[in-house]
Design a protein around this ligand. Structure first.
Ligand code: DQA
Length: 145
């Protein structure tokens, strides 16, 4: 089983970026955590981060025929991007939306998620642990199909 983990804009600055919201651990810490968990679970993962909407669309398209599942934190593009929703719908790869914080409890403009309509599940407000939960949920979903 192979899972693509995608992170959107500014998540490369984890550790530096608004630690009161996003904590002090870095993007590299997140990747290390997820790679270790994937190995424990006996699956392979690929972690990618981009600040560019079109690059994220390209990465979703390139996953077609390669990834069994996608875990995505689209970051700010969550609240603006129809293109990311269309991409996950186009490739029909089961997708789980993850957010470190709970956007529904923050500013009003964060309350809309376009990609959510194309996702089998959303996990919010659990920090790095949310990605681990998403990995377990994706493995269970794929195994039960
Ligand atoms: C985020 C929440 C978004 O509203 C924000 O733009 C981010 C991070 C989160 O992980 O909590 O960049 O997706």
């Amino acid at each position: 089983m192979h899972i693509l983990v995608l992170n959107g804009p500014n998540l490369n600055l984890l550790g530096l970026r608004e630690p009161e919201h996003y904590g002090t651990q870095t993007y590299a810490d997140l990747v290390n955590l997820l790679e270790a968990e994937a190995e424990k679970c006996g699956i392979t993962i690929e972690c990618k981060q981009s600040n560019h909407e079109g690059t994220l669309v390209d990465l979703i398209q390139e996953a077609y025929g390669k990834a069994d599942g996608i875990i995505i934190n689209p970051a700010a593009y969550t609240h603006t991007s129809v293109a990311l929703l269309d991409a996950v719908k186009a490739v029909q790869i089961p997708t789980i939306e993850v957010h470190l914080t709970d956007p529904d409890t923050r500013e009003d403009f964060r309350h809309v998620s376009y990609i959510r309509k194309g996702c089998i599940q959303t996990i919010c407000g659990k920090g790095f642990q949310g990605y681990i939960e998403a990995m377990h949920a994706m493995i269970a979903y794929i195994n039960n199909r």
